[in-house]
Design a protein around this ligand. Sequence first.
Ligand code: GLU
Length: 256
Amino acid sequence: MRAVIKVGTSTLTYGNGNLNIRGIENLCKVIADLKNSGIEIILVSSGAIGMGVGKLGLKEKPTDIPSKQAAAAVGQCELMYVYDKLFAEHNHIVAQILMTGDDFSHLDRYENFRNTMDKLLELNVLPVINENDTVATGEIKVGDNDTLSAMTAVGASADLLILLSDIDGLYTADPKTDKTATLIKRVNGIDDNIRALAGGSGSELGTGGMVTKIHAADICEKAGIDMIIANGADANILYDIFDGKDVGTRFIGKAQ
Ligand code: GLU
């Protein structure tokens, strides 16, 4: 079993950009344990900009590109420092891979990316992937890590993509505003109805909302990869997923 797990800024940091220590410690422990059980895992992690904002003591996420890129440069360093430290406690080695959208359309770079991921997994290393935010702007960027994680899942020929978010999954309506909203457990093929359910929301420091998640599901579906959206507030949910329990929303890769 090879799985790509994506964690968003909202899972890793508090709204002010400071590290959610309890959340990230538990996440690293669970992923380390799942790796010990034999599951191959690739982590796509956001949080560079959010953590940079926290580390630099900025009052809010900057809007201009140079400040965002500076925050990402500071935050990416901090992010990897934290992962390195926490995974080392469980005897796991992490590796950083930073990608831009451009890298996926250059055949030789894409090939190198795939080969490096394969080699790292063979060496039992945990690849930690993020967009190379300090150089990726305008047309060359992927733009959000939901899409990046789907592209990674395809590149890694993964069996499953898990998007850990601050929401339980895809709802029939926006649960923040509509009390009658219910969780959709399974999506067998993305159609216009499903696309229409994706609002535009996202958290303060992160980028993606449901729109980018549906886009990610689209990419996975075409490649025959299952994708699950689940709430990352408690990383133990990953155990439930790999135990085959019915959590979150599962998008079936091979529509039946
Ligand atoms: N690459 C961005 C970061 O690490 C996040 C993008 C996203 O959350 O979709 O801050």
